[in-house]
Write a protein that binds this ligand. Structure first.
Ligand SMILES: [Zn+2]
Length: 123
């Protein structure tokens, strides 16, 4: 299948190796894309493990699973990305079947060669 992150690549050549922990996402943007894909495929383990330890409390695996299962994600658009910040728009199907958008600027942190999601501001 095409990778849910919208890269145009096949899932197995894009975000899947990160989900399977065959390799670690090399950039903040790659991690962000792989987390979006993880929401689409409901990989709560990956979402939990790539959340920075200091922020994991409020983001339990259950919460991730619920969120992933209850949201029909439509597409991801990267607005801007630099070393540790990624601004994106994630489109999903709203309650009344309208297209809704989550517009967020996320902050990531590189620790021991691995990227983690820290937090985000919403627009
Ligand atoms: Zn991907």
């Amino acid at each position: 299948m095409n990778c849910p992150c919208g890269s145009g690549l096949q899932y197995e050549n894009c975000c899947q190796p990160y989900h399977l922990k065959i390799k670690a996402a090399p950039t903040a943007e790659a991690l962000m894309r792989s987390r979006y894909s993880a929401f689409v495929v409901a990989d709560a383990d990956y979402l939990s493990e790539t959340t920075h330890l200091s922020k994991r409390k409020g983001n339990s695996k259950d919460a991730y699973l619920k969120s992933a299962k209850n949201t029909k994600w439509l597409k991801l658009e990267i607005v801007a990305a630099n070393f540790d910040k990624v601004e994106f728009k994630a489109y999903y199907l709203g309650q009344h079947f309208q297209t809704a958008v989550l517009h967020e600027k996320s902050t990531f942190r590189l620790e021991d060669g691995k990227w983690y999601y820290v937090d985000g501001i919403f627009y």
